[in-house]
Design a protein around this ligand. Structure first.
Ligand code: FES
Length: 107
C-alpha cells in the first residue's frame, strides 16, 4: 500500500490509498480524481494521464521508457522536466508519499 496525493491545478489536494500492482493513473480513476482521463486504459497511447511529479521525488521513480518519452511530447498541457504519464508509474511501497500535480487540461 502507498499513499498518493493528487493536487489540482487550483491547489486542492486529495490523498488516497493506492494498492500495489495498480498504477498512479488507475488509482486516480478508482478514487474519482478529476483531471486524469486515462482514455487508452493505461497503454501509453493517449497521454491523457499526464501529471507533474513533485520535483524532489521525480528522480526516485523508475526511468521513462522510449514509448512514454514519445507520448510525453504530445501532451495537451505543456511538458515539463517533471512530466510523466501516470499510467506508467506502478504503485509500490517505494512511491509511498508521492505527490503529483494535475495539468490544466488533458484534452
Ligand atoms: S492512460 Fe493513456 S497514456 Fe496513460
Amino acid at each position: 500500500m502507498a499513499r498518493i496525493t493528487y493536487v489540482s491545478p487550483e491547489g486542492a489536494e486529495d490523498t488516497v490509498d493506492a494498492q500495489e500492482g495498480s498504477t498512479v493513473m488507475q488509482t486516480a480513476l478508482n478514487n474519482n480524481i478529476r483531471g486524469i482521463v486515462g482514455e487508452c486504459g493505461g497503454n501509453a497511447l493517449c497521454a491523457t494521464c499526464h501529471v507533474y511529479v513533485d520535483e524532489a521525488q521525480f528522480d526516485g521513480l523508475p526511468p521513462i521508457a522510449d514509448f512514454e518519452e514519445e507520448m510525453l511530447d504530445v501532451t495537451s498541457s505543456p511538458r515539463k522536466d517533471n512530466s510523466r504519464l501516470s499510467c506508467q508509474i506502478s504503485v509500490t511501497a517505494a512511491i509511498d508519499g508521492l505527490i503529483v500535480r494535475l495539468p490544466e487540461t488533458q484534452e
